[in-house]
Ligand binder design. Structure first.
Ligand code: GLV
Ligand code: MN
Length: 223
């Protein structure tokens, strides 16, 4: 760099400008692992970006298999859907692998409510039933399609999305994420069921309705 600056010419000045404007490479998902595996020690007390590894001598084959998706999810709830999460908290063998999956069951009419994943892009495939899958861009453009078995979708990282069962039978999807712990922000719960509560006057102003409407919505999600 010093020799470049020392021998300034319009050409190497342009090179310097391009160099300075070029963004540094960055990871858009969980970082790559630096060893074969690092089965999470979920009880580890060390704070780091992920979980500490179990001692390799304690790792068994069982650490690399997960049967949490065998059972159908119970959809008898407010939304008529149940995401079963296969992330690092449920499946510690995923630690440092940069991936995870969900199983989502839907009753007829069931909705996986508008939500986003701050740390991952999501892809999914419909196994059973007929679902309207949609997401909204940062420019407020709504993209959606009705999908059936074998059809796949992608939800760009961080965007608000949902799936709703528009068939008259149960529906089932499997989703995959490029993060071991994508995080889920469920929009209605995030805004109307937080602890402590977001003040009514904030929500009234944001949604341009009276506080009685806000209180009614909050009451639907009260524990
Ligand atoms: C579906 O949107 C999921 O998060 O599994
Ligand atoms: Mn999702």
């Amino acid at each position: 760099m010093a020799s470049l600056i020392g021998k300034y010419s319009p050409l190497n000045g342009m090179f310097l400008t391009i160099l300075l404007l070029t963004p540094f490479p960055s990871h858009s998902a969980d970082p790559d692992l630096l060893q074969d595996f690092c089965v999470a020690d979920l009880s580890g007390s060390i704070a780091l970006n992920g979980f500490p590894c179990k001692p390799a001598s304690n790792v068994t084959s069982e650490d690399f298999f997960f049967d949490g998706f065998v059972q159908e999810g119970d959809t008898n709830n407010t939304f008529g859907s149940l995401p079963t999460q296969g992330n690092v908290l449920a499946f510690p063998g995923l630690n440092t692998m940069g991936i995870s999956m969900n199983r989502v069951d839907f009753a007829p009419g069931g909705l996986n409510p508008p939500h986003s994943h701050p740390r991952a892009t999501e892809s999914g495939v419909v196994i059973q039933g007929k679902l309207l899958v949609g997401f909204v861009t940062t420019g407020n453009v709504f993209h959606s399609k009705i999908l059936g078995p074998g059809q796949m979708f992608v939800i760009p990282r961080g965007l608000v999305h949902f799936q709703i069962n528009v068939g008259d039978q149960k529906a089932l999807i499997f989703t995959a994420f490029n993060s071991q712990l994508p995080g889920t922000v469920i929009v209605p719960l995030n805004l109307f069921a937080s602890t402590p509560a977001v003040p009514d006057y904030v929500l009234s102003k944001a949604f341009q309705v009276g506080s009685e409407v806000i209180d009614e919505i909050k009451s639907k999600f009260a524990a």
